[in-house]
Ligand binder design. Structure first.
Ligand code: ATP
Length: 471
C-alpha cells in the first residue's frame, strides 16, 4: 500500500484506476462521494445521500463538501495528497467508518478525492468503537490537564461545586471578577475553596494563557517574604549568588498573582506591596532599579481584616486597594444543602485513585449534616476518604460508616472505640492521629491557623505544609 501511494507511484492512482475499481467499492460500501481539487462535491451516490439525510443528490453537487458533511476530512486529502484509509467520522449522532483516497491526473497532479462509507452500522465493531471513544475521551482529558498545568491552574469554575443560593452567588461574583481586571478579595474560612476560586477566576479571565502564581503568605518565614515577592538582584546577599532570583511578581508578570492568607503579611511588607500595586513597579532586593510588572492580584484571607485594621495590624489603604471586588465564601455549615453534590464530586475524585465503588447513601449525607465542619470542604474530603478506607466493604457509605469517622467535637454520636477499629499500619494510624489533632486545633481556634499552630506547638509554616499534604 505504502508504495502504491508513494510520490513515485502517484500515477498508479489515476482517474482511470479509480474508475476501474469504483463499481466494486461502491457496491460493497454504504455510500460513496467524489470531490474535485477544491473539495467541492462532483458526485454522490443515492445511498450516501440517504445516509446524510439529503433528499435529492443533485442539490449538493458543486457545494464545498464541508458545507454538507462538516466533519469530513476530504479537504485534507486533496490538500496533502495522502489517503486516509480508515477513519471514524461523526455525522448527526451516527458514527461512520470511512476510507478516503486522492486521485491524480496522468501528469501526476491531484485531481480530487473519493470516499467510501465502509460501515454505517457499528454494532459488529462495538469493542473497537468503545475503545476508540475511550481513547478519544482520555486524549481530550489529557489535553485539558496539560493546558491547565501549562498555565499553573488545576481548577475552573465548574470545579467550585455547589447549587445552593449561597454557592451560586459566589459563582456569579467569580464570573464577574473574571470579566474585569480589578483586584479581588476572597474571604472565607479554611478549606472553603478560596484557592479553587482564585484559579477558576484566572482560568475564565483574559489572562488565561499567562501564568497563575500562588504564594501563601503565612507559609513563608517572615525574613524570606520580601525576596519571595520581589526577587533578589545578583550578589545581593554575599556576592556568592551571581544569578537573578525572580520573585513571585516577576513570575506572574502578565498573569495573576494569588496572595493567600494576605492577613498574615507583616506591616513593613504591606507597605511595599501597596507601592507595587499602586505603581506597577517593584524593586528586587539589593537592586537600585525598579522593574515594571503587569500583575492582576487576587488576595484571600480567613481572618477579619476590618478587625485587624482597627487593631493596627493591617493597613487600611492596602485593604481598600485589594478589596475592589469582595467575594465572601460561606462556610460549609451555612450551605449544608450542597452536601449531596459535594459528596458526589469529592467521591468521584477519591475513587479515581482507589479500586472502590465509593458511593454514599442519603442517610450517610444526612449524618454529615449534623456536624459543623470547621475545616469545611477540605475536612469533608478527609472524612469521606477515611470512611471509605475504614469501611468493611470499602464502597457504600451509610450513616454508621460516617458516624464512625466524624470527629467527636461535633456533638455527634461518638466515634467507635479504638478496639473496634481494624489494625492498620502504624504510619497510617500516626497520620490519622496527626490529621485529627490538626482538625481539633482548627476547631478550637475557629480556623485561625496562627493560633492553631500555637496550640499544636508547631510553626505556621509547618502547619501549612501539613495542611497542604492533607488537601
Ligand atoms: N466548592 C468546592 N467544590 C469542590 N471542591 C472544593 C470546593 N471548595 C473546596 N474544595 C476542595 O477542598 C480543598 C480545599 O480547597 P482550597 O485549598 O481551595 O481551600 P482554601 O479556602 O484555599 O483553604 P486554605 O484557606 O486552608 O488554604 C481542595 O481539595 C478543594 O478541591
Amino acid at each position: 500500500m505504502t508504495k502504491l501511494f508513494s510520490d513515485k507511484n502517484k500515477k498508479g492512482l489515476t482517474r482511470d484506476l479509480i474508475e476501474a475499481l469504483f463499481p466494486m467499492f461502491e457496491a460493497a460500501s454504504a455510500g460513496a462521494i467524489a470531490v474535485d481539487r477544491q473539495a467541492h462535491i462532483t458526485w454522490i451516490n443515492v445511498s450516501y445521500s440517504h445516509l446524510l439525510g439529503i433528499g435529492d443528490p443533485a442539490t449538493v453537487i458543486g457545494k464545498p463538501v464541508r458545507q454538507v458533511i462538516p466533519q469530513t476530512r476530504m479537504p485534507e486529502v486533496v490538500e496533502t495528497g495522502k489517503p486516509l484509509l480508515l477513519d471514524i467520522m461523526e455525522h448527526n449522532d451516527q458514527q461512520l467508518v470511512v476510507t478516503r483516497l486522492p486521485f491524480y491526473s496522468e501528469q501526476g497532479e491531484i485531481e480530487g478525492a473519493v470516499a467510501f462509507v465502509l460501515y454505517d452500522d457499528l454494532q459488529p465493531l462495538t469493542p473497537l468503537v468503545s475503545k476508540y471513544r475511550r481513547l478519544h475521551q482520555d486524549l481530550a482529558a489529557a489535553r485539558k490537564a496539560l493546558a491547565r498545568k501549562a498555565r499553573g491552574t488545576r481548577y475552573s469554575l465548574g470545579d467550585f461545586v455547589g447549587a445552593s443560593p449561597a454557592a451560586l452567588e459566589v459563582k456569579r461574583r467569580a464570573r464577574l471578577a473574571a470579566g474585569r481586571e480589578m483586584p479581588v478579595l476572597l474571604l472565607g474560612e479554611t478549606g472553603t475553596g478560596k484557592e479553587v476560586l482564585a484559579q477558576a477566576i484566572h482560568s475564565a479571565s483574559a489572562r488565561v494563557d499567562k501564568p497563575f502564581v500562588g504564594v501563601n503568605v503565612a507559609a513563608v518565614p517572615e525574613n524570606l517574604l520580601e525576596a519571595e515577592f520581589f526577587g533578589v538582584a545578583p550578589g545581593a546577599y554575599t556576592g556568592a549568588d551571581r544569578r537573578i532570583r525572580e520573585g513571585k511578581f516577576q513570575l506572574a508578570n502578565g498573569g495573576t498573582l494569588f496572595l493567600d492568607e494576605v492577613g498574615d503579611m507583616p506591616l513593613p511588607l504591606q507597605a511595599k506591596l501597596l507601592r507595587a500595586l499602586q505603581e506597577g513597579e517593584i524593586e528586587p532586593l539589593g537592586s537600585n532599579t525598579v522593574v515594571s510588572v503587569d500583575v492582576r492580584v487576587i488576595a484571600a484571607t480567613s481572618r477579619n481584616l476590618e478587625v485587624m485594621i482597627a487593631e493596627g495590624e493591617f493597613r487600611s489603604d492596602l485593604y481598600y486597594r485589594l478589596n475592589v471586588l469582595e467575594i465572601p465564601i460561606p462556610p460549609l455549615r451555612d450551605r449544608l444543602a450542597d452536601l449531596g453534590v459535594l459528596c458526589e464530586a469529592l467521591l468521584e475524585d477519591i475513587r479515581d485513585g482507589l479500586e472502590l465503588r465509593g458511593e454514599i447513601t442519603d442517610a450517610g449525607v444526612s449524618a454529615l449534616g449534623g456536624y459543623d465542619w470547621p475545616g469545611n470542604i477540605r475536612e469533608l474530603r478527609n472524612v469521606l476518604e477515611r470512611a471509605l478506607t475504614m469501611g468493611e466493604d470499602g464502597s457504600v457509605l451509610d450513616a454508621d460508616a460516617i458516624f464512625k469517622v466524624l470527629p467527636r467535637s461535633s456533638g455527634n454520636r461518638p466515634a467507635s472505640s479504638l478496639m473496634a477499629q481494624p489494625v492498620q499500619l502504624l504510619s497510617r494510624t500516626l497520620a490519622e492521629a496527626e490529621a485529627q489533632a490538626i482538625e481539633k486545633a482548627l476547631v478550637a481556634s475557629r480556623g485561625n491557623r496562627t493560633r492553631a499552630a500555637k496550640l499544636l506547638g508547631i510553626s505556621r509554616s509547618v502547619l501549612y505544609e501539613k495542611l497542604g499534604r492533607l488537601s
